[in-house]
Design a protein around this ligand. Sequence first.
Ligand code: HAM
Length: 436
Amino acid sequence: MALITKAVRGTRDVLPVDSHLYRYLEDTALETARNFGYHEIRVPVFEHTELFERGVGDTTDVVQKEMYTFLDKGGRSITLRPEGTAGVARACLEHGLLNDALPCKVSYAFSCYRYEKPQAGRYREYTTFGVECFGAPTPAADAELVALAVEYFNALSLTDYRVELNSIGCPACRSVYLEKLRAYFAEHTNELCGTCHERLERNPMRVLDCKNPVCARYAEQAPVMTEFLCGDCQTHFEQVQQLLAEFNILFALNPRMVRGLDYYTRTVVEFVSEVEDLNGLVLGGGGRYDGLIEQLGGQSMPGLGFGLGLERILLHLQAINAPLPERENCELYIATRGEQALAVAAKLCADLRAEGIAAQFDIVGRSLKSQMKYADKIGARYTCVLGENELESGLAKLKHMQTGKEEEMALAGLGERFVQQLIRLAQEELQAWFEE
Ligand code: HAM
């Protein structure tokens, strides 16, 4: 049979064998953020296009080349979110959260959409874990933001990455820098790509993160922002670094990091994989954006946050063999012989499930042999067989599938005793682990 269509290029199906890994990454993310005072926010997948044009910046690659934009049936221009910050900031503004207790801290884990060239770790639909903090102007906020990402990586046992830090100043000192950049690139205008040609006038900093190899080569020699920071930005940046040192967070300064979105001011940060095969893959990034809220029509309010790519984090964790949770399988599969046994199995499963135990019985009408094969395939921890003898005696043999060990158990009150059995098993496993 030929499928009429396949998944769209750059999108991925997360199958049941892997979905628990994403649940783990997301749950750990939101829980770590909660410990830093962040609460989850959920916002729509699509927004009015102008939000991203204004928020992310209409000279960025994201807005110029990568957005999924369409007219809806009412003729409105709509865009699938290419990133989290703009929509989240819009929602916080729209619902007055920024008039409430500050700082306002929100977190999220959701899908984003960018029309990029797909490759390992780069998809057209990807999942981001992000946090945004509004109303915190001090360097302590920047340092705490980096500490939160590091805490998340620690919780995942994610090693072999580096924290890169830079400051891209405020509008005042940046305007001096932009003039220097324009003057530098003016000598190479004709060699830059068409898009950068245009950007040179409106936003020469965008040339610095252009993926075109010629533009990238010139960008390497361009003057850097840190040489032009004003006094306040310089002090802020130094204090962020001091605090990170006090938090024992190692970082490397990267004066060439500019980030690909327009809203950043002052501190910018990236978390870069050092796993050889992943080739400097950026696991996430973020920074301060003190002008964004005003840009979106709100009051003047500092803000900062980061976004991490969960697909990339999973690739990295797998590459370093970090411990990942097992999928939770069936705890007890009750195989049956005969109609009466089936009815009892259904009742026992209901009792077990009421105790929070994943239990299954045959709903296909298979032979006992096929039922046992199925139990093995789905990785059931225990099995037991119910037939006439078991129903008569009220006793069944519980088999631990991995060791083959069997134990007789009474069927009456199985749910409760099965819980005890699992606790005992967990204790035995723990004991064995201590003795190793
Ligand atoms: P970003 O650097 O554009 O920042 O994206 C953040 C992370 O999302 C990237 O470092 C990467 O791990 C992941 N990512 C981005 N695009 C893709 C893709 N096509 N495929 C797979 N992963 C991808 C932002 O989006 C900002 N909103 C971060 C932020 C939050 N800044 C302040 N608050």
